[in-house]
Design a protein around this ligand. Sequence first.
Ligand SMILES: *[C@@H]1O[C@H](CO)[C@@H](O)[C@H](O)[C@H]1NC(C)=O
Ligand SMILES: *[C@@H]1O[C@H](CO)[C@@H](O)[C@H](O)[C@H]1NC(C)=O
Ligand SMILES: *[C@@H]1O[C@H](CO)[C@@H](O)[C@H](O)[C@H]1NC(C)=O
Ligand SMILES: *[C@@H]1O[C@H](CO)[C@@H](O)[C@H](O)[C@H]1NC(C)=O
Ligand SMILES: *[C@@H]1O[C@H](CO)[C@@H](O)[C@H](O)[C@H]1NC(C)=O
Length: 224
Amino acid sequence: MPSLKSLVSALALACLANAATIKITATSGNVFDPSTVKAADGDILEFIFEPKNHSVVAGDYRYPCSPMELGTGFFSGFFPTDSGENDKVFRVEVNGTDPIPFYSSQGNECAGGMVGIINPKGNQTLDDYKKRASVLARSVSPGKKPFGGEIADNDNSSNSTSSDGDNGKGGSSGSGGSSSSGKGGSSGSGSSGDSSSDKNGKDSGSVSLSVSIGALGLALLMAI
Ligand SMILES: *[C@@H]1O[C@H](CO)[C@@H](O)[C@H](O)[C@H]1NC(C)=O
Ligand SMILES: *[C@@H]1O[C@H](CO)[C@@H](O)[C@H](O)[C@H]1NC(C)=O
Ligand SMILES: *[C@@H]1O[C@H](CO)[C@@H](O)[C@H](O)[C@H]1NC(C)=O
Ligand SMILES: *[C@@H]1O[C@H](CO)[C@@H](O)[C@H](O)[C@H]1NC(C)=O
Ligand SMILES: *[C@@H]1O[C@H](CO)[C@@H](O)[C@H](O)[C@H]1NC(C)=O
Protein backbone atom coordinates (compact mmCIF):
# COMPACT_ATOMS: atom_id res chain seq x y z
CA MET A 1 0.00 0.00 0.00
CA PRO A 2 1.49 3.35 -0.96
CA SER A 3 2.06 5.65 1.99
CA LEU A 4 0.25 8.95 2.25
CA LYS A 5 3.57 10.71 2.01
CA SER A 6 4.49 9.11 -1.30
CA LEU A 7 1.05 9.87 -2.70
CA VAL A 8 1.45 13.48 -1.66
CA SER A 9 4.90 13.69 -3.23
CA ALA A 10 3.59 12.18 -6.45
CA LEU A 11 0.75 14.68 -6.46
CA ALA A 12 3.13 17.57 -5.85
CA LEU A 13 5.35 16.40 -8.71
CA ALA A 14 2.36 16.02 -11.01
CA CYS A 15 1.25 19.56 -10.22
CA LEU A 16 4.74 20.93 -10.73
CA ALA A 17 5.08 19.16 -14.05
CA ASN A 18 2.01 20.91 -15.44
CA ALA A 19 2.12 24.31 -13.75
CA ALA A 20 3.04 27.12 -16.11
CA THR A 21 4.13 30.65 -15.29
CA ILE A 22 2.18 33.23 -17.28
CA LYS A 23 3.71 36.71 -17.45
CA ILE A 24 1.37 39.68 -17.62
CA THR A 25 2.84 43.18 -17.92
CA ALA A 26 1.19 46.27 -16.48
CA THR A 27 2.56 48.51 -19.21
CA SER A 28 3.57 52.16 -19.36
CA GLY A 29 0.78 52.52 -21.92
CA ASN A 30 -1.74 51.78 -19.14
CA VAL A 31 -2.94 48.41 -20.39
CA PHE A 32 -2.30 44.84 -19.28
CA ASP A 33 -0.40 42.78 -21.86
CA PRO A 34 -1.86 40.24 -22.42
CA SER A 35 -5.30 41.31 -21.21
CA THR A 36 -7.03 38.00 -21.90
CA VAL A 37 -5.34 35.01 -20.30
CA LYS A 38 -6.16 31.33 -20.43
CA ALA A 39 -4.79 29.65 -17.32
CA ALA A 40 -5.05 26.17 -15.86
CA ASP A 41 -5.61 25.28 -12.22
CA GLY A 42 -2.25 25.62 -10.48
CA ASP A 43 -0.66 27.96 -13.02
CA ILE A 44 1.20 31.01 -11.71
CA LEU A 45 0.38 34.50 -12.92
CA GLU A 46 3.42 36.76 -12.76
CA PHE A 47 2.56 40.44 -12.93
CA ILE A 48 5.38 42.71 -14.16
CA PHE A 49 5.18 46.46 -13.63
CA GLU A 50 6.29 49.26 -15.95
CA PRO A 51 5.89 53.01 -15.20
CA LYS A 52 4.35 54.71 -13.59
CA ASN A 53 2.60 53.37 -10.51
CA HIS A 54 0.23 50.51 -11.26
CA SER A 55 -1.41 47.86 -9.12
CA VAL A 56 -3.39 44.74 -9.92
CA VAL A 57 -6.57 43.71 -8.11
CA ALA A 58 -8.79 40.65 -8.61
CA GLY A 59 -12.22 42.04 -9.42
CA ASP A 60 -15.84 41.08 -8.86
CA TYR A 61 -17.19 40.55 -12.37
CA ARG A 62 -20.54 42.13 -11.51
CA TYR A 63 -18.99 45.39 -10.30
CA PRO A 64 -16.12 46.52 -12.53
CA CYS A 65 -13.16 48.25 -10.80
CA SER A 66 -14.25 46.82 -7.44
CA PRO A 67 -12.42 44.02 -5.65
CA MET A 68 -13.67 40.53 -4.97
CA GLU A 69 -15.41 39.84 -1.70
CA LEU A 70 -13.23 40.55 1.33
CA GLY A 71 -10.87 37.67 2.07
CA THR A 72 -10.76 36.40 -1.53
CA GLY A 73 -8.80 37.30 -4.63
CA PHE A 74 -5.56 39.27 -4.64
CA PHE A 75 -4.07 42.77 -4.50
CA SER A 76 -0.47 43.55 -5.43
CA GLY A 77 -0.18 46.92 -3.75
CA PHE A 78 1.34 49.75 -5.83
CA PHE A 79 4.58 49.37 -7.78
CA PRO A 80 5.98 52.86 -8.45
CA THR A 81 8.45 52.44 -11.34
CA ASP A 82 10.56 55.17 -12.95
CA SER A 83 11.73 53.33 -16.05
CA GLY A 84 12.01 49.83 -17.48
CA GLU A 85 10.45 47.09 -15.39
CA ASN A 86 10.14 47.16 -11.62
CA ASP A 87 12.72 44.78 -10.14
CA LYS A 88 9.93 43.07 -8.18
CA VAL A 89 6.99 41.10 -9.57
CA PHE A 90 3.72 39.92 -8.03
CA ARG A 91 2.99 36.19 -8.34
CA VAL A 92 -0.46 34.64 -7.87
CA GLU A 93 -1.49 31.01 -8.07
CA VAL A 94 -4.64 30.24 -10.07
CA ASN A 95 -7.14 28.00 -8.26
CA GLY A 96 -9.71 26.58 -10.64
CA THR A 97 -10.89 27.76 -14.03
CA ASP A 98 -13.62 30.29 -13.24
CA PRO A 99 -13.33 33.71 -14.90
CA ILE A 100 -11.37 36.28 -12.84
CA PRO A 101 -11.36 39.89 -14.03
CA PHE A 102 -8.50 42.09 -12.82
CA TYR A 103 -7.71 45.81 -12.95
CA SER A 104 -5.27 48.49 -11.88
CA SER A 105 -6.67 50.49 -8.98
CA GLN A 106 -4.51 53.55 -9.70
CA GLY A 107 -6.52 56.74 -10.38
CA ASN A 108 -8.85 56.26 -13.34
CA GLU A 109 -6.74 53.57 -15.02
CA CYS A 110 -9.47 50.94 -14.63
CA ALA A 111 -12.06 53.08 -16.37
CA GLY A 112 -9.44 53.95 -18.96
CA GLY A 113 -9.21 50.28 -19.96
CA MET A 114 -6.42 48.95 -17.72
CA VAL A 115 -8.33 45.71 -17.12
CA GLY A 116 -7.92 42.05 -17.97
CA ILE A 117 -9.59 38.70 -17.50
CA ILE A 118 -8.42 35.20 -16.74
CA ASN A 119 -10.43 32.39 -18.36
CA PRO A 120 -13.34 34.35 -19.90
CA LYS A 121 -16.43 32.13 -20.26
CA GLY A 122 -19.87 32.55 -21.81
CA ASN A 123 -21.02 36.14 -21.44
CA GLN A 124 -18.20 36.98 -19.02
CA THR A 125 -15.81 38.60 -21.45
CA LEU A 126 -13.11 41.25 -21.45
CA ASP A 127 -15.14 43.51 -23.75
CA ASP A 128 -18.21 43.38 -21.52
CA TYR A 129 -16.18 44.07 -18.37
CA LYS A 130 -14.22 46.86 -20.03
CA LYS A 131 -17.36 48.51 -21.38
CA ARG A 132 -19.01 48.59 -17.97
CA ALA A 133 -15.75 49.83 -16.38
CA SER A 134 -15.43 52.69 -18.85
CA VAL A 135 -18.37 54.66 -17.40
CA LEU A 136 -16.99 54.61 -13.84
CA ALA A 137 -15.26 57.54 -12.20
CA ARG A 138 -12.95 55.63 -9.93
CA SER A 139 -11.71 52.23 -8.83
CA VAL A 140 -11.29 50.62 -5.43
CA SER A 141 -8.08 49.43 -3.76
CA PRO A 142 -8.83 46.73 -1.20
CA GLY A 143 -6.80 48.18 1.66
CA LYS A 144 -3.16 49.15 1.78
CA LYS A 145 -1.30 45.86 2.01
CA PRO A 146 -0.83 43.26 -0.73
CA PHE A 147 -2.54 39.88 -0.30
CA GLY A 148 -3.35 36.71 -2.20
CA GLY A 149 0.09 36.42 -3.81
CA GLU A 150 3.77 36.96 -3.21
CA ILE A 151 6.23 39.66 -4.18
CA ALA A 152 9.30 38.13 -5.81
CA ASP A 153 12.38 39.24 -7.74
CA ASN A 154 11.94 40.05 -11.41
CA ASP A 155 14.02 37.47 -13.26
CA ASN A 156 14.46 39.68 -16.33
CA SER A 157 18.13 38.79 -16.63
CA SER A 158 18.90 41.43 -19.26
CA ASN A 159 18.43 44.02 -16.54
CA SER A 160 18.84 42.07 -13.34
CA THR A 161 21.30 43.78 -11.05
CA SER A 162 19.93 42.08 -7.96
CA SER A 163 21.09 38.53 -8.75
CA ASP A 164 24.55 39.76 -9.78
CA GLY A 165 24.71 41.79 -6.59
CA ASP A 166 23.87 38.74 -4.49
CA ASN A 167 26.54 36.70 -6.17
CA GLY A 168 29.01 39.51 -5.62
CA LYS A 169 28.23 39.56 -1.92
CA GLY A 170 28.65 35.80 -1.72
CA GLY A 171 32.03 36.07 -3.39
CA SER A 172 33.30 38.85 -1.14
CA SER A 173 32.19 37.10 2.06
CA GLY A 174 33.96 34.00 0.75
CA SER A 175 37.21 35.88 0.32
CA GLY A 176 36.77 37.40 3.78
CA GLY A 177 36.44 33.88 5.09
CA SER A 178 39.60 32.74 3.37
CA SER A 179 41.68 35.57 4.79
CA SER A 180 40.49 34.88 8.33
CA SER A 181 41.01 31.16 7.83
CA GLY A 182 44.61 31.73 6.82
CA LYS A 183 45.53 30.09 10.14
CA GLY A 184 43.36 27.08 9.34
CA GLY A 185 43.28 25.06 6.14
CA SER A 186 44.01 27.07 3.03
CA SER A 187 42.66 24.18 0.92
CA GLY A 188 39.20 24.67 2.52
CA SER A 189 39.04 28.33 1.60
CA GLY A 190 40.24 27.52 -1.90
CA SER A 191 37.38 25.08 -2.52
CA SER A 192 34.76 27.52 -1.23
CA GLY A 193 36.12 30.11 -3.62
CA ASP A 194 35.79 27.63 -6.47
CA SER A 195 32.18 26.79 -5.67
CA SER A 196 31.14 30.43 -5.54
CA SER A 197 32.72 31.09 -8.91
CA ASP A 198 30.83 28.07 -10.27
CA LYS A 199 27.63 29.72 -9.09
CA ASN A 200 28.55 32.93 -10.87
CA GLY A 201 29.08 30.97 -14.04
CA LYS A 202 25.60 29.44 -14.01
CA ASP A 203 22.74 30.96 -15.91
CA SER A 204 20.82 33.02 -13.38
CA GLY A 205 17.51 32.13 -15.04
CA SER A 206 17.88 28.43 -14.36
CA VAL A 207 18.99 29.06 -10.78
CA SER A 208 15.93 31.14 -9.96
CA LEU A 209 13.65 28.61 -11.68
CA SER A 210 14.92 25.71 -9.58
CA VAL A 211 14.66 27.81 -6.44
CA SER A 212 11.04 28.71 -7.11
CA ILE A 213 10.09 25.13 -7.99
CA GLY A 214 11.72 23.97 -4.77
CA ALA A 215 9.78 26.51 -2.75
CA LEU A 216 6.53 25.59 -4.45
CA GLY A 217 7.10 21.88 -3.86
CA LEU A 218 7.79 22.53 -0.21
CA ALA A 219 4.68 24.68 0.10
CA LEU A 220 2.57 21.92 -1.47
CA LEU A 221 4.01 19.30 0.87
CA MET A 222 3.43 21.49 3.90
CA ALA A 223 -0.10 22.44 2.85
CA ILE A 224 -1.32 18.84 3.09
C1 LIG B 1 1.60 55.19 -5.93
O1 LIG B 1 0.20 55.25 -5.89
C2 LIG B 1 -0.36 55.11 -4.59
C3 LIG B 1 -1.88 55.08 -4.71
O2 LIG B 1 -2.35 56.14 -5.48
C4 LIG B 1 0.11 56.25 -3.72
O3 LIG B 1 -0.41 56.08 -2.40
C5 LIG B 1 1.63 56.26 -3.67
O4 LIG B 1 2.07 57.39 -2.96
C6 LIG B 1 2.19 56.30 -5.10
N1 LIG B 1 3.65 56.19 -5.03
C7 LIG B 1 4.46 57.02 -5.69
C8 LIG B 1 5.91 56.83 -5.46
O5 LIG B 1 4.03 57.88 -6.46
C1 LIG C 1 13.54 43.20 -19.75
O1 LIG C 1 13.15 44.53 -19.47
C2 LIG C 1 13.33 45.45 -20.53
C3 LIG C 1 12.90 46.81 -20.04
O2 LIG C 1 13.36 47.04 -18.76
C4 LIG C 1 12.53 44.99 -21.73
O3 LIG C 1 12.76 45.87 -22.82
C5 LIG C 1 12.92 43.58 -22.13
O4 LIG C 1 12.07 43.13 -23.16
C6 LIG C 1 12.78 42.65 -20.94
N1 LIG C 1 13.32 41.35 -21.28
C7 LIG C 1 12.67 40.23 -20.97
C8 LIG C 1 13.36 38.96 -21.33
O5 LIG C 1 11.59 40.24 -20.40
C1 LIG D 1 17.10 48.54 -15.43
O1 LIG D 1 15.88 48.79 -14.74
C2 LIG D 1 15.91 50.00 -14.00
C3 LIG D 1 14.62 50.10 -13.21
O2 LIG D 1 13.61 49.31 -13.76
C4 LIG D 1 16.09 51.16 -14.96
O3 LIG D 1 16.14 52.35 -14.23
C5 LIG D 1 17.38 50.97 -15.75
O4 LIG D 1 17.48 52.00 -16.72
C6 LIG D 1 17.39 49.61 -16.44
N1 LIG D 1 18.69 49.40 -17.08
C7 LIG D 1 18.80 48.87 -18.30
C8 LIG D 1 20.19 48.68 -18.78
O5 LIG D 1 17.82 48.56 -18.98
C1 LIG E 1 -24.98 35.37 -18.65
O1 LIG E 1 -25.21 33.99 -18.92
C2 LIG E 1 -25.88 33.30 -17.87
C3 LIG E 1 -25.99 31.85 -18.25
O2 LIG E 1 -24.78 31.39 -18.75
C4 LIG E 1 -27.24 33.92 -17.64
O3 LIG E 1 -27.88 33.29 -16.55
C5 LIG E 1 -27.11 35.40 -17.34
O4 LIG E 1 -28.37 36.00 -17.25
C6 LIG E 1 -26.32 36.09 -18.46
N1 LIG E 1 -26.09 37.48 -18.05
C7 LIG E 1 -26.25 38.48 -18.89
C8 LIG E 1 -25.99 39.85 -18.33
O5 LIG E 1 -26.58 38.32 -20.05
C1 LIG F 1 -5.31 30.69 -4.76
O1 LIG F 1 -5.07 30.22 -3.47
C2 LIG F 1 -3.92 30.79 -2.83
C3 LIG F 1 -3.73 30.10 -1.51
O2 LIG F 1 -4.87 30.19 -0.74
C4 LIG F 1 -4.14 32.28 -2.70
O3 LIG F 1 -3.00 32.88 -2.11
C5 LIG F 1 -4.37 32.89 -4.07
O4 LIG F 1 -4.64 34.26 -3.97
C6 LIG F 1 -5.52 32.19 -4.77
N1 LIG F 1 -5.62 32.68 -6.13
C7 LIG F 1 -6.60 33.48 -6.55
C8 LIG F 1 -6.53 33.85 -8.00
O5 LIG F 1 -7.49 33.90 -5.84
